[in-house]
Ligand binder design. Structure first.
Ligand SMILES: C[S@@+](CC[C@H](N)C(=O)[O-])C[C@H]1O[C@@H](n2cnc3c(N)ncnc32)[C@H](O)[C@@H]1O
Length: 202
């Protein structure tokens, strides 16, 4: 049970039943919607089994996949190796320790399907702020605050409990406390939104 790992964020277990690929048939489109661009240095924070990491690696100069679950990182490593990717590092650790885990500033931090479970969101946002280079961006992809019984994939309600889901406004307030500023809010159909924040260039 991965959620037995100390520090594991609530309601962020990686789904194992195959519905993830059905919900996210085109992960590359999520990256372009949130602004991952060719040549960037990117961190995939809470990267899970690498479903998004692989697509990031295809466009980025370099990607660091960070997850607290070392077994999932191995699955991600295998996925990227099988696809011939060599521009990725895999780092096991707690997302709060991001500033220590990343060896240098990056252009972009991508975090999908995990921010809802973070107990101290301003702390996490502060760690991201520290890790971003000038004008760096932080994209959070979250489930909308739709009741769980209405987010159906393959005939069943999916995703975190309704009470864990965050509105865009709740996400923005938590992240902006770190000094990052909202740059864009995008829809990621059918059930998600992307909130993209930027580090001030001043
Ligand atoms: C629902 S999965 C999403 C994985 C991936 N981002 C995606 O969307 O396909 C959430 C991930 O967050 C990871 N996680 C949970 N708590 C964490 C923590 N404190 N630090 C880093 N990763 C964590 C879990 O191990 C899991 O792989």
């Amino acid at each position: 049970m991965t959620s037995a790992i100390p520090g594991f964020f609530q309601g962020t277990d990686m789904p194992t039943t195959g519905w993830w690929e059905v919900l996210w048939p085109d992960p590359a489109s999520v990256l372009s919607a949130t602004g991952v661009k060719r040549g960037m240095d990117v961190i995939d924070l809470c990267s899970g089994d690498g479903w998004f990491t692989l697509q990031i690696a295809k466009v980025a100069r370099h990607v660091i996949a960070i997850d607290i679950d070392a077994d999932l990182l191995e699955v991600a490593r295998r996925r990227l190796t099988e696809n011939g990717m060599t521009n990725c590092d895999f780092v096991a650790g707690d997302a709060y320790e991001l500033a220590r885990l990343a060896s240098r500033p990056v252009d972009f931090v991508f975090m999908a399907n995990a921010f809802h479970g973070v107990p101290n969101r301003p702390r996490l946002a502060h760690a991201v702020h520290t890790t971003l280079g000038q004008a760096g961006r932080f994209a959070i992809v979250n489930w909308h605050q739709t009741p769980r019984e209405k987010t159906i994939v393959m005939g069943e309600p999916r995703g975190p409990k309704t009470e864990l889901r965050l509105s865009p406004e709740q996400t923005i307030v938590a992240v902006e406390s770190s000094g990052l500023k909202l740059a864009e809010l995008v829809e990621v159909p059918p059930y998600h939104y992307g909130a993209v924040f930027e580090k001030s260039t001043a």
